[in-house]
Write a protein that binds this ligand. Structure first.
Ligand SMILES: Cc1cc2nc3c(=O)[nH]c(=O)nc-3n(C[C@H](O)[C@H](O)[C@H](O)COP(=O)(O)OP(=O)(O)OC[C@H]3O[C@@H](n4cnc5c(N)ncnc54)[C@H](O)[C@@H]3O)c2cc1C
Length: 415
C-alpha cells in the first residue's frame, strides 16, 4: 500500500518508521526541512513527569489576567484568525478537573512505553543522543508545590513516584540551584533526547527501509474519488498518488483535514528556546522551574532553556521580552549563572495545540483512507513513538494500543 505522510517532524517521521516496518510503501512529503519545525527547538525532554494537559482548571483565566504582562509564561493574544475565538471557547470548556484528570491519564497511557520504544529504536539501529538524567520540578513556594502535588496520585497510579524534596534536599539533588528554590519533585525515569539527532537517526533508518522523503515540497490540495483520497497535489502542481494518507503537519494539520471535510481544530502555541554552548553551568539533572515555567535540559556540549506558551501568534518571530524572561528565570534560579556566556541565537516555534489538550490520532470520518496523527501540544517528542505505534496498528489490521474510551478521546472525529 502506497502511504503518503504529510510532514517530516518527529510525529511524521516516527509514523513513517512504524508504517514502513508494517509493510507500507511510505513517502514523506515535507514543506521545508525534516525536523525543522517544533521538533527542532523543543525542550528535548521525554516529559512523562510533565504529562498534564494544557487545559487545566484556571489556566485560561490566568492567561487573560496576564494579557497585559509582556513577559508572562502564558499569553493569550487577541487575534482575528478564523476560528481562534471558538478554539479558546472550546478550550475554556475543557479547563475543569474532570477533563484534566482524563487527559492526564490518557497522556500517561500513551507515553508509558516511551522510554522502552526509544530503547527499541536504538536497538534497531536508529542512532541518536539520549540521556537518562531524570527531571527535577523546582518550586519557589510551598503553595505552588502543594498545588502541583494535587496531580501526583495519577502519576503514582501509573508507577511514577517522585521524591519530595525540601530546602537543602533540593540542592543535594541539584547543587547548582540557588536558595530561591525551596521545594522539588524528582522523577528519576524521565529522559532527554537531542531532537536534531533523533531526526537525523530516523532519516537514516527510513532511507535504509526504502522510505522516500521529499523535502522542500508542500502539499497544497488533495485529489478525491468518492470517499477516498487518491493523490496529493504539491504547490508545484505535482500529483503524487496515494492509497492511504497520514496528516502529520503540525499546526497546519487542522487546515489540511478541513480540506478533506473534517473539522480538526489545531492552533499554534508558540514557545521559545535558547541554547548555550558551552553550557554556563553544569547540571546533574534536567529541570523545570515551575514558577517561571522554564525548562532546562543539559545535552552534549550544551544546555537548552525553553518556555512560554503564547496563543494567538501566527508567526515564528522571536519576542525579545519573552526570551528575556526565560533568561532571567535561569539567572535567578542558579547560583553561578553569571552573564550566561555561550548563548546562541534564540529560537521560536509553534506547538500544535488542540482545545482539549489531547493529540489527534485516527481515521477521518469524512474520508475512508485518510488519517491524522498530530496535535501533540507540549508533548510531541514524548508521545511520538507511542502515537506512531497506535496509528500503525489502526492502519494495519485495526488494532489499538489504547482502550476504546481513550481511543475515542484522541479521534479526529471527537466533538
Ligand atoms: C518551546 C517548546 C518546547 C517543547 N518541549 C517539549 C519537550 O520537552 N518534550 C516534548 O515531548 N515536546 C515538547 N514540545 C512539543 C513538541 O516539540 C511538539 O509537540 C512536536 O515537535 C510536534 O511535532 P510534529 O511533527 O507534530 O510537528 P512539527 O515538528 O512542527 O512538524 C510538522 C512538519 O510538517 C511540515 N508541514 C506543514 N504543512 C505542510 C504541508 N502542507 N506540506 C508538507 N509539509 C508540511 C512542516 O514544515 C513541519 O516540518 C515543545 C515545543 C516547543 C515549541
Amino acid at each position: 500500500m502506497k502511504t503518503v505522510i504529510i510532514g517530516g517532524g518527529v510525529v511524521g517521521l516516527t509514523s513513517a518508521y512504524e508504517l514502513a516496518l508494517s509493510g507500507h510503501d511510505v513517502t514523506v512529503i515535507e514543506a521545508a526541512r525534516c525536523g525543522a519545525g517544533a521538533s527542532h527547538g523543543n525542550a528535548a525532554k521525554i516529559a512523562i513527569a510533565e504529562s498534564t494537559p494544557v487545559p487545566a482548571p484556571g489556566v485560561l483565566l490566568q492567561g487573560i489576567r496576564w494579557m497585559l504582562k509582556p513577559d508572562s509564561p502564558l499569553s493569550i493574544k487577541p487575534s482575528l484568525a478564523p476560528g481562534y475565538l471558538k478554539f479558546l471557547l472550546q478550550m475554556a470548556r475543557h479547563c475543569n478537573a474532570r477533563d484534566f484528570e482524563a487527559g492526564l491519564d490518557l497522556h500517561l497511557r500513551l507515553g508509558e512505553d516511551a522510554n522502552d520504544l526509544f530503547d527499541e529504536y536504538q536497538a534497531q539501529g536508529i542512532d541518536f543522543e539520549m540521556h537518562d538524567r531524570g527531571v527535577l520540578l523546582a518550586f519557589e513556594t510551598r503553595e505552588r508545590f502543594d498545588e502541583h502535588c494535587a496531580s501526583l496520585p495519577a502519576f503514582e497510579a501509573a508507577g511514577h513516584r517522585p521524591r519530595r524534596l525540601h530546602d537543602d534536599e533540593v540542592r543535594e539533588a541539584e547543587p547548582a540551584l540557588s536558595d530561591r528554590i525551596r521545594h522539588g519533585l524528582s522523577f528519576s525515569a524521565d529522559r532527554q533526547i537531542e531532537p536534531d539527532s533523533l531526526t537525523a537517526g530516523l532519516l537514516a533508518k527510513l532511507s535504509d527501509l526504502g522510505v522516500v522523503v521529499r523535502e522542500d515540497t508542500r502539499v497544497g490540495r488533495f485529489v478525491r474519488s468518492g470517499d477516498a483520497v487518491t493523490a496529493v497535489v504539491t504547490s508545484d502542481s505535482e500529483v503524487i498518488k496515494a492509497d492511504a494518507l497520514v496528516i502529520s503537519a503540525g499546526v497546519p494539520s487542522g487546515v489540511l483535514a478541513g480540506q478533506l471535510g473534517q473539522k480538526v481544530p489545531i492552533y499554534s502555541g508558540k514557545g521559545y528556546s535558547i541554547d548555550y554552548s558551552p553550557a554556563p553551568i553544569q547540571l546533574r539533572t534536567s529541570l523545570t522551574l515551575e514558577d517561571a515555567r522554564v525548562a532546562l535540559t543539559p545535552l552534549n556540549g550544551m544546555l537548552r532553556l525553553a518556555g512560554t506558551m503564547e496563543f494567538g501568534s501566527t508567526d515564528d518571530d522571536v519576542n525579545e521580552v519573552r526570551v528575556g524572561a526565560i533568561r532571567r528565570a535561569a539567572q535567578e534560579a542558579f547560583r553561578d549563572w553569571g552573564d550566561g556566556q555561550g548563548e546562541l541565537a534564540p529560537w521560536a516555534g509553534s506547538r500544535p495545540m488542540t482545545p482539549d489538550g489531547l493529540p489527534v490520532i485516527g481515521r477521518l470520518d469524512s474520508v475512508k483512507n485518510a488519517y491524522n496523527n498530530s496535535g501533540d501540544s507540549m508533548l510531541g517528542l514524548t508521545l511520538a513513538p507511542g502515537s506512531a505505534r497506535l496509528l500503525s496498528g489502526l492502519m494495519t489490521g485495526g488494532s489499538s494500543t489504547l482502550p476504546g474510551e481513550q481511543l475515542a478521546r484522541v479521534s479526529p472525529n471527537r466533538s
